[in-house]
Design a protein around this ligand. Structure first.
Ligand code: NAD
Length: 665
């Protein structure tokens, strides 16, 4: 076997006009680091081409702070084709090619030429040499081998039983003392670290649809808990203001519309507004604040769903709402605050083009502007909240970024960030107790045949498996999947997201595998977002409602990953940083190819439950009441057993501690 990129370098590709490009993030390596970076990239290229290619790579490093190896990008549009059109020795090898190509589609990816799928910096792999080599490996992969990917680099194929994962991916896992943004940036420029975000480097992105259901759930439940709309009510007549129309944030307008309300979304980059407008994810846009508010408020008055984009900075939008005394019901933010100084947050007073220029030429000045803007942003939020608005951090590390910008008042304990912030994260208040603690999370599937009819059939099958009368969450999920096709959410591959609990995920998966077995549909890829019950340890997000002090630990996500590998998921992934930034989370995901076999039935039975109940058990041990009741039910069956906590009577511990107050600082 001989798997290398031996062919002569392809001709330099033509960049298609109008495709969004990643900003240059400046070049920061020392001389020895630069030499190493160049040698690192040349490892993929046969020696006879080094003289030709080395200057080109060095030029990229100077210009962009990265070696993308643009020359090796295949010409034209890359997209997830029907599985039968891919070469491969096993179904998984072909299926992963569909998933990777979907992550790089001009229609789905944020910066397709730079291999960035979403979240400003979330990449499939580091460069086009890796992309080509990974594809070659996937074409050769057999059902007795495992392909190992380390930060985008295909390490090789290793023998393994049919029951083992076919691909194991890790991204950006750094040794503790070096696990900082600064070390990370150098490692990335040197070509040894990839920021996988979540489903970008985990090859499981399904376009902005992937987050619509979660956003819909978050908004609906925020409304029910904070706006007194009552059980089963929707957001008719309510106004939601937020920012970001990027890879994930682009889902916010659609989610609010499905929930029945009106949304205004600020976005500084006109091209992203255009993308979402063309895809029907916002109904209109303008750079005139008066116009934007009058459109949204008219829809609010008429009780009609509506979403409108404001082309401009969120800070200006909030100032306008304050000056004109406009009432906002729900307020959030989804700029890429996991990487604010890397271009994720555009400071007020600077256009998008100026931000891009500064990123390249004036990083220090940019940093200062970001900090000033975040401080002002936070001040306006406080004013608006003072007028009766419910603000929540929507998992983009916004409050942490405000804290890092020097606003210590934002921290709950006034000392550090360990106890969270004065405003709740949406997980702390909503998603954690209402969904994750029960095991509900972002189950998703992709119909690998590429056929619309397969998606229609799987939607119907999933609907038939949900009992809408079991719990409020099931009723919402039932309505979600009933209306999913009508809501036209597919961008890229024929995929669907559907929040389900452990049993729901298992039963729907078994049903789908049976449908594949009976040839009612083609093969299906199952997966989930990493933003889930068990897959992610992230103190300001997924594990924000864990209050026993263990929210700084990453045992759960690591166990989830290892257990999924042991149970034979087709792909397992573990990353540093997804969603919130380097050093701030450990997150993992999986992919499982449904081929209709009995082998896959057995994997579903153990792995789908493991993937959810590891997290439910950990949440129960942290004394989360809904996880305790969910675990009690689990313990009453013959699945296994979860250790449950004994909880002291109210006041017992507090009274004892009070008696010994003098011993405590
Ligand atoms: N809540 C969740 O479930 C969830 C899921 C995935 C990602 N995220 C996080 O949400 C954030 C956004 O993700 P994404 O994939 O949409 O990222 P993205 O970078 O594609 O989009 C963010 C958008 O915000 C815009 N923006 C930046 N600063 C702005 C400002 N001051 N005013 C107006 N617009 C501004 C950018 O132009 C960009 O289009 C990331 O931090 C990501 O990690 C949250």
């Amino acid at each position: 076997m001989d798997i290398y990129l031996k062919d002569p370098p392809p001709k330099y590709p033509i960049f298609i006009e109008g495709i969004r490009r990643a900003p240059s993030r400046g070049f920061r390596l020392s001389k020895p680091q630069t030499e190493t970076a160049l040698k690192n990239a040349l490892r993929y290229v046969p020696n006879e081409y080094h003289e030709q290619i080395a200057p080109e790579f060095l030029d990229e490093l100077f210009k962009y702070g990265r070696i993308y190896a643009y020359r090796y990008r295949p010409e034209g549009r890359i997209f997830g084709k029907p599985i039968d059109e891919y070469k491969g020795q096993c179904i998984e090898g072909k299926a992963f090619q569909v998933m990777i190509d979907n992550n790089l589609d001009f229609e789905t990816a944020l910066y397709p030429y730079e291999l960035i799928t979403y979240g400003e910096t979330g990449a499939v792999c580091q460069n086009w040499l890796q992309y080509r080599l990974i594809k070659k490996y996937l074409e050769c992969l057999t059902d007795r081998q495992t392909l190992v990917i380390e930060s985008g680099h295909p390490l090789g194929l290793f023998p393994s039983p049919a029951s083992a994962p076919r691909v194991i991916i890790t991204n950006a896992l750094m040794v503790g003392m070096f696990d900082t943004q600064e070390h990370w940036e150098i490692a990335q420029q040197m070509g040894v670290a990839n920021y996988g975000q979540m489903t970008a480097g985990g090859w499981m992105y399904i376009g902005p649809q992937g987050i619509v259901h979660g956003t819909y759930n978050a908004l609906l439940n925020a409304g029910r808990m904070k706006l007194n709309i009552g059980e089963g009510g929707d957001l008719k007549g309510k106004l939601f203001v937020t920012s970001g129309l990027g890879g994930m944030s682009g889902a916010q307008g659609k989610a609010m519309e499905i929930a029945g309300g009106a949304a205004i979304i600020a976005e500084v980059d006109e091209s992203r507004i255009q993308t979402r407008y063309n895809q029907g994810w916002v109904r209109g846009y303008s750079n005139d604040l008066k116009q934007v508010f009058s459109d949204a408020c008219a829809a609010q008055r008429d009780g009609k769903p509506h979403s409108v984009a404001y082309h401009g900075n969120i800070v200006d939008l909030l100032k306008y709402a304050i000056d004109n005394d406009i009432h906002i019901d729900l307020l959030s933010d989804q700029t890429s605050c996991h990487a604010p100084y890397d271009g994720g947050y555009c400071p007020q007073g600077v256009t998008f083009a100026e931000r891009t220029e500064m990123l390249k030429n004036d990083r220090e000045g940019f940093r200062e502007l970001v900090d000033n803007s975040l401080r002002k942003h936070f001040e306006y939020i406080q004013t608006i909240v003072g007028r009766g608005t419910y603000f929540f951090d929507y998992g983009n590390s916004f409050l942490k970024a405000v804290y890092d910008a020097g606003v210590t008042d934002v921290s709950k304990n006034g000392v550090d960030e360990k106890d969270g912030f004065i405003f709740p994260s949406y997980v702390e208040d909503i998603m954690g107790p209402e969904l994750f603690d029960y095991g509900y999370g972002p189950f998703r599937w992709v119909c690998l045949s590429g056929r619309d009819e397969d998606l229609t059939k799987t939607d119907a099958a999933a609907l038939s498996m949900i009992n809408p009368n079991r719990r409020g969450q099931d009723r919402d999920n039932y309505m979600w999947i009933r209306d999913a096709e009508k809501n036209k959410m597919v961008v890229g591959t024929k995929a669907r997201i559907l929040y389900q609990d452990g049993e729901g995920r298992r039963d729907i998966a078994l049903k789908f595998n049976d449908m594949v077995r009976k040839n009612e549909v083609g093969p299906i890829m199952l997966g989930r977002d990493h933003h889930d019950v068990s897959g992610t340890d992230s103190p300001f997000r997924e594990t924000a409602n864990i209050k026993d002090g263990s929210n700084i630990m990453a045992d759960m996500a690591t166990q989830c990953f290892a257990g999924n590998a042991a149970r034979g998921m087709s792909l397992v992934a573990l990353h540093n940083g997804g969603g919130v930034g380097i050093g701030k989370s450990i997150n993992g995901g999986f992919g499982l190819v449904l081929d209709g076999s009995g082998r896959v039935d057995e994997i579903i039975k153990s792995a789908m439950m493991w993937d959810v109940y590891g997290g439910v058990a950990r949440r129960a041990w942290a004394r989360n009441v809904n996880s305790i009741s969910t675990s009690e039910k689990y313990n009453s069956g013959d699945n296994g057993h979860i250790t449950l906590p004994f909880i002291p009577e109210d006041g017992l511990v507090e009274n004892l501690i009070n008696k010994h107050r003098e011993n405590i600082k």
